[in-house]
Design a protein around this ligand. Structure first.
Ligand code: NG6
Ligand code: CA
Length: 510
């Protein structure tokens, strides 16, 4: 007994020492982890002012790094923002990059530099874990029961563990590399986005089976999986279906495993968490724990996930050699199709902070999101108001790794490495936002191109920011975009609209 105990004790001691010394080799290129939240608003984290929900781990990340107050996704929805972060190109340059159904073909080019390939070329091991939503296969539907490719492995990742689209879209299964995880070959998967297939209950016909109801008129009432109606119909793959309550834990486990396995070599991890996208169905540890309904609970869950990643780095002794970038793919929404308490229990919480608009909107709430960079010991903690975007990560990390970028690739990704690392307060001088129309930010000014459309997206209760007349705002004095100054500054409107046109027609802004 004594011997066993002693042996165990020694093993633990040497194990830890081993990890701490070996894990953090001097002069090694830093590991990079991008933690990409889904639909998290600027004001949803306490370091950006949220008072009704606490995010201690994200706050810690911010206090140990740089908290950017003018950091952007390129678009106000998921697919285009993710397209941009991985390709370094504005998504509006490429057709078919709006919100994809769950059976769409891959939209990321396989023959161009991607964020993952930048790291691969420098000898990093790369992984994509979490939500994909960039399509799979070449055309038509991918073969869910066979080899699912091309996908992440063909666009820069050595390893991938993900779900295909969104948590509210079928197929609700995990894919590891090219295969659905735990698929029973006798129970093949079929997916359809046009009409019902199979005879499984749907939210529309069997609402008595739902554990969370969809918002009337907002769809989400097709095949029921795990007591939740989804977008799209699916049949088969029973054993392979995920449990929503376990999504966060499953992705964190996979991430921890990847980090631990690659702790001795440089790695790049793109960790695209599903929180806080709908359906918001928190693990029991978080269910009912916030004052804001399930939406607040999954903010706590997201914060927990971030904390687990930070703890893993500490435990392995590689925190100082790991850059973490934390951000979100678009702004916030309360009711995105399910009655999960987000509206009923808003409790004064302002998910977009002081900004107008949110997900789907061209107003600042649409793309200005949490944006934190931490690199302990190298990046001096602070707050930065520099204009930075996720589209710049590709060129910036390429610069860090001294990778030349072909002229034709990543046409909108700017090298702002020194800004991201806090050595410069100067970010991009201009930036294009996308949500049903386009907007150009240049210095303190924002110009929104005229576009017909509803003023309010009623279903989600979010101001669209669309107008048939040009809009011009001074973001420095008017972050809430209340005072349209276009009529008073016709020259500025002319200058900015023609600059936007040049960026559009020239095919590049880098
Ligand atoms: C919308 C869905 C919404 C969400 C969104 C994609 C309806 C009515 N709404 O079409 O629930 O899934 O697509 O969100 O179907 S994103 O964050 O992936 O862009
Ligand atoms: Ca999203």
């Amino acid at each position: 007994m004594h011997y066993v105990k002693k042996l165990l004790f020694t093993a633990v001691l040497t194990g830890v020492a081993h990890v701490a010394v070996k894990g953090q080799q001097k002069g090694q290129q830093p590991n990079v982890i991008i933690i990409y939240a889904d639909d998290l608003g600027y004001g949803d984290i306490s370091c950006n002012g949220a008072a009704r929900v606490k995010t201690p781990h994200i706050d810690q990340l911010a206090s140990e790094g740089i908290r950017f107050t003018n950091g952007h996704a390129t678009a106000a929805t998921c697919t285009p923002s993710r397209y941009s972060i991985l390709t370094g190109e504005y998504a509006w340059r490429k057709k078919g990059t709006n919100i994809l159904p769950g059976n769409a073909a891959l939209i990321v080019p396989t023959d161009r530099t991607t964020l993952g390939k930048v790291f691969q070329r420098s000898g990093y091991r790369t992984a994509c874990i979490g939500k994909w939503h960039l399509g799979l296969g070449t055309q038509g539907e991918p073969d869910w029961n066979g080899e699912i490719k091309p996908g992440p492995l063909e666009t820069g990742f050595d390893y991938a563990f993900f779900f295909p689209a969104t948590a509210d879209r079928v197929p609700t299964v995990y894919v590891e590399n090219h295969r659905v995880v735990a698929l029973d070959p006798k129970d093949t998967i079929q997916v359809n986005y046009q009409h019902k297939i199979g005879n499984e209950p749907t939210g529309k016909e069997n609402s008595e089976l739902l554990k969370m109801h969809s918002t009337p008129g907002q769809g989400h009432n097709q095949t029921i999986v795990n007591g939740i109606g989804r977008i799209g119909w699916m049949t088969g793959g029973q054993r392979a279906r995920w449990t929503d309550e376990s999504l966060a834990g499953d992705f964190v486990n996979q991430a921890q495993h990847f980090i631990e396995e690659h702790r001795r070599q440089p790695f790049f991890l793109y960790l695209a968490l599903s929180d806080i996208h709908v359906p918001r169905m928190p693990d029991t540890r978080f269910k009912g724990k916030s004052e804001l309904g399930y939406r607040g609970d999954v903010i706590m869950q997201l914060d927990w996930s971030v904390g687990e990643i930070m703890k893993t780095l500490d435990y392995l002794g590689i925190a100082k050699n790991t850059i973490i970038v934390f951000s979100s793919d678009n702004g916030p929404v309360l009711d995105d199709g399910y009655l999960d308490g987000a509206v009923a229990q808003q409790n004064g919480h302002q998910p977009a902070g002081a900004m107008r608009g949110g997900k789907y909107s061209i107003l600042e709430g649409g793309t200005r999101v949490p944006f934190i960079v931490r690199w302990p010991g190298t990046v001096k903690p602070g707050v930065s108001g520099a204009l930075v975007s996720q589209v710049d990560l590709l060129a910036s990390f390429a610069a860090m790794l001294r990778q030349p970028l072909p002229e034709s690739d990543a046409p909108d990704s700017w090298n702002i490495l020194s800004t991201l690392l806090g050595k410069s307060q100067q970010g991009r001088s201009s930036f294009v936002e996308q949500a049903n129309t386009m907007a150009l930010i240049k210095g303190d000014w924002k110009y929104i191109a005229p576009q017909r459309g509803p003023k309010l997206f009623e279903a989600v209760n979010i101001e669209s920011g669309l107008d048939t007349i040009p809009q011009l705002y001074n973001l420095k004095n008017d972050l809430g975009e209340k005072n349209n100054m276009a009529a008073a500054h016709p020259d500025m409107v002319k200058e900015m609209s023609s600059m936007l046109e040049t960026i559009r027609s020239s095919g590049r802004s880098r």
